[in-house]
Design a protein around this ligand. Structure first.
Ligand code: FAD
Ligand code: NAD
Length: 155
């Protein structure tokens, strides 16, 4: 099977979009990820799958912690930025909570310590034990990703 067939099939699974953030030696590092899932209530675990070619892979291995920022539909540009799809770099404002840099306008921020990892092919699954959650009262609509394109509910 070729890669395109696999990606086309996976693209049929509509997801939200997150930016994984972490503090690496005083510098904030972010990466767009949609391979994110809730895993366990007791303990509270989530998982994000990070490709071995991504710089974020080595960085989270070293920092041992990360935050998942769930994007709103107004944050498509941030998704493109943190996927390396914008021509120019641009400054991003982060807030800090418990030593985590977070995107303040996200729908939710999920702060985690790395609980365990599992190498799976060309990605590593980073399981995160959730230490804190920040939820917006009126977050608006989520940014969605379907068939390789950004969408939003009702559009
Ligand atoms: P880099 O190439 O180092 O960084 C990515 C971009 O973020 C760069 O442009 C950089 O300038 C910018 N950036 C980083 N930190 C900052 C900062 N502090 N301020 C401003 N800009 C900053 N890959 C996966 O492994 N798993 C997934 O689940 C996944 N899902 C994706 C979902 C979508 C919708 C998209 C579009 C891409 C997804 N990717 C995923 C691909 C991944 O986002 C890219 O391959 C990414 O570029 C890899 O990042 P990197 O760690 O190598 O970061
Ligand atoms: P696409 O058609 O490549 O993506 C459709 C779906 O395929 C994604 O939602 C994901 O489930 C899967 N997928 C894509 N690349 C993958 C990879 N390297 N490993 C595992 N699953 C993958 O969409 P696109 O708009 O061309 O994506 C933009 C870029 O972001 C591409 O370079 C793509 O590889 C990357 N991306 C990576 C992942 C990932 O690593 N899990 C997920 C989404 C997008």
């Amino acid at each position: 099977m070729d890669d395109r067939t696999f990606r086309n099939a996976m693209g049929k699974f509509a997801t939200g979009v997150t930016v994984v953030t972490t503090d690496f030696q005083g510098e904030v590092k972010g990466m767009t990820a949609n391979a994110f899932m809730s895993v366990s209530l007791d303990p509270k675990l989530v998982v994000v799958s990070i490709g071995h070619k991504a710089r974020m892979h080595d960085i989270v291995k070293q920092t041992g912690k990360f935050a998942i920022n769930i994007l709103t539909r107004d944050q498509e540009e941030l998704s493109r930025l943190f996927a390396g799809q914008l021509k120019e770099e641009r400054p991003v404002s982060f807030e800090w909570v418990d030593g985590h840099p977070i995107l303040p306008d996200a729908m939710a921020n999920i702060l985690c310590n790395v609980h365990s990892t599992h190498v799976a092919g060309d990605h590593t699954l980073y399981f995160g034990e959730v230490t804190e959650i920040l939820l917006k009262d009126e977050p608006g609509d989520p940014l969605l990703f379907f068939e390789g394109k950004y969408r939003s509910i009702g559009r």
